[in-house]
Write a new protein. Structure first.
Length: 396
């Protein structure tokens, strides 16, 4: 079905043909994608569902060129095995898929280049520009975004609360107008973000490709795409898509899994991290403690202690469970921020966490579980003792 000349009904024939050849029928194709038929026949509604997901029937056909198993829309890992890889690099001023749910281009021709070069479901690695909004993100790899070929404008895929600021800025209002809707996104924990030059040296090319990476994006070399799989990621929500309720860091090979069709997962907040090196951390709840506690904290702080491969992600996860309010968890201390190596295992970190809990309960007040009310001196003492206990831990 390739070529510029289309006979009447070609789109329905293409959809039905792929459904029969690669899925065993339309019903199985609907189930694989999590599509709803409603009160229509499968054959009647199939082209509509295809366009809603793939952007066009042409995009649907392209996504299935290497068979169902090579369709990155259903399995992001297929982007790495594609020849050439469906993994691209683009630099942005920041990475906020929760409110910026698209890949934007100032020129329509550059968006069209990406449409020609990629297939629906392609992965775009996002790097911070040299003058990123947050200097700590400058020239570092920030995350990964999975792309559809659904075409629109940035106003279609930008969170409403950001419209006013974009429209009031004469420069930003006309930029990144030509958009492609994003479907999923993953961040790299703050603790693990590599420099672009270190992980993608060929594409970076000593900085000579900076303009191309920023304006159009560039396809990563196969070895560079594979290097991405060595990073830790955690999935985040994309504006206009299903919310991600649990932020849990892990290896890219585990996180870049197919999304489950059907309703959003109703799993709870508490999920175990995989075993491996861990950092100790201590969070402080910033806000008017007396309004939370119902009594005067007398200068003491509400803190939480714990351990994680990525304290920044754990802090973000705790904030995600809070309603929009005047309270916010912030990292008070972490072994990563102190420049320490992660402890070899969760048992080492657990020993340190246990000492911190005991001291904070004794010198402050337990608020249940890992939460405490304590003064600054007690907090400092507990932190030092916890780090020492984790360092001194020996396996039996």
């Amino acid at each position: 079905m390739s070529g510029s000349v289309r006979t009447p009904g070609w789109d329905k024939q293409a959809v039905n043909g792929i459904a029969a050849d690669q899925y065993g029928g339309l019903e199985a194709m609907f189930e694989a994608h999590g599509w709803k038929r409603g009160d229509r026949h499968f054959s009647q509604i199939a082209p509509t569902r295809v366009k809603e997901t793939y952007g066009s029937v042409e995009g649907f056909v392209r996504a299935h060129e290497n068979g169902r198993g090579g369709n990155a829309m259903l399995d992001p890992m297929a982007a790495f095995s594609s020849d050439p890889p469906q993994v691209f690099l683009k630099s942005l001023y920041g990475f906020t898929p929760e409110s910026w749910g698209f890949l934007g281009y100032t020129k329509e021709t550059t968006r069209d280049w990406f449409l020609r070069e990629s297939k629906p479901g392609a992965l775009v690695v996002i790097a911070g520009t040299a003058n990123a909004n947050d200097p700590r993100e400058s020239l570092r790899v920030l995350g990964v975004q999975q792309q559809t070929h659904i075409v629109g404008t940035k106003w279609d895929f930008l969170a409403p609360e950001r419209h006013a600021a974009e429209r009031l800025d004469p420069d930003r209002s006309r930029r990144w107008y030509h958009a492609l809707k994003a479907m999923r996104a993953w961040r790299i924990p703050d603790e693990d973000r590599p420099y672009v030059r270190d992980i993608f040296p060929e594409t970076h090319n000593g900085g000579k490709n900076g303009t191309a990476i920023g304006s159009m994006g560039m396809r990563l070399q196969p070895s560079e795409a594979q290097a991405l799989l060595g990073l830790n990621l955690f999935e985040v929500s994309v504006f206009g898509g299903n919310p991600v309720e649990v932020l849990m860091p892990g290896p890219a090979t585990e996180l870049l899994k197919p999304s489950r069709p059907g309703p959003v997962s109703q799993s709870g907040f508490m999920v175990r991290e995989a075993e491996g090196p861990k950092h100790l951390y201590m969070l402080r709840l910033e806000g008017e403690e007396k309004h939370l506690l119902g009594y005067d904290p007398a200068g003491r702080w509400v803190v939480k202690v714990g351990f994680s491969v990525a304290p920044s992600v754990r802090c973000r996860a705790h904030n995600q469970t809070l309603p929009a309010c005047a309270f916010e968890w912030k990292i008070l201390r972490s072994t990563h921020d102190e420049g320490r190596m992660a402890f070899p295992s969760s048992k080492h970190a657990l020993a340190g966490e246990g000492v911190m809990k005991a001291m904070l309960a004794r010198e402050g007040r337990s608020l249940g579980g890992e939460f405490f009310l304590a003064g600054e001196t007690a907090i400092i003492r507990a932190w030092r003792a916890g780090v020492e206990a984790a360092q001194a831990y020996k396996k039996a």
